[in-house]
Design a protein around this ligand. Structure first.
Ligand SMILES: Nc1c(NC[C@H](O)[C@H](O)[C@H](O)CO)[nH]c(=O)[nH]c1=O
Ligand SMILES: CC(=O)[C@@H](O)COP(=O)(O)O
Length: 160
């Protein structure tokens, strides 16, 4: 299941080294995102993806950076950020988004953006891939990361 408009591409990721970085906040919804991402990786024939758990979404970029700089060819970043009563939500989301973008651009390693930035639990659940949800952002993020890595690998083959 993917979101409205999301492409359903199953690139051949056989032999690709992939890491899934997953935060721990909102564990039920995180479980749905992680299941979705691992299902997508299986559909893309990725063997033995590495799963790295970090405390929160704010910690995703540093873990993504280390994995991308240690030989990973694609990274999937998963988190759930739900707005509270202060501007903290904005800072966590902004830091994670800019940090993950920086990792992908600086390393050339695709980073699938599987971070839910929601106003409430209902919005997050609807995008979790859990039973009754409408979208599976974990699946989408993993599929996008692998597809990008594969297309770049194929296009650049023999260029180096
Ligand atoms: N409120 C949420 C957080 N906050 C924690 C931060 O991500 C970070 O771990 C902390 O500031 C220590 O550095 N994290 C989430 O993933 N989701 C939230 O809703
Ligand atoms: C996104 C958050 O960090 C959030 O859970 C914090 O809640 P609050 O803004 O009420 O401290």
């Amino acid at each position: 299941m993917s979101g409205a408009g999301a492409p359903t591409v199953h690139a051949d990721g056989h032999g690709l080294r992939v890491a899934v970085i997953a935060a721990r906040w909102h564990e039920e919804i995180m479980g749905g995102l992680l299941d979705g991402a691992l299902t997508a990786l299986s559909h893309c024939k990725v063997e033995d993806p590495v799963v790295v758990r970090v405390p929160g979404t704010f910690e995703l970029p540093v873990a993504a950076s280390r994995m991308a700089r240690s030989g990973c060819e694609a990274v999937v970043a998963l988190g759930v950020v739900i707005r509270g009563g202060t501007p903290h939500f904005d800072y966590v989301c902004s830091a994670a988004t800019s940090g993950l973008t920086q990792v992908s651009v600086e390393t050339g390693v695709p980073v699938g953006f599987g971070v839910l930035t929601c106003d409430d639990e209902e919005q997050a659940y609807a995008r979790s891939g859990l039973p009754g949800s409408q979208e599976d952002k974990g699946y989408e993020a993993a599929s996008a990361a692998v597809s990008t890595a594969v297309v770049l690998r194929d296009v650049l083959k023999g260029w180096a």
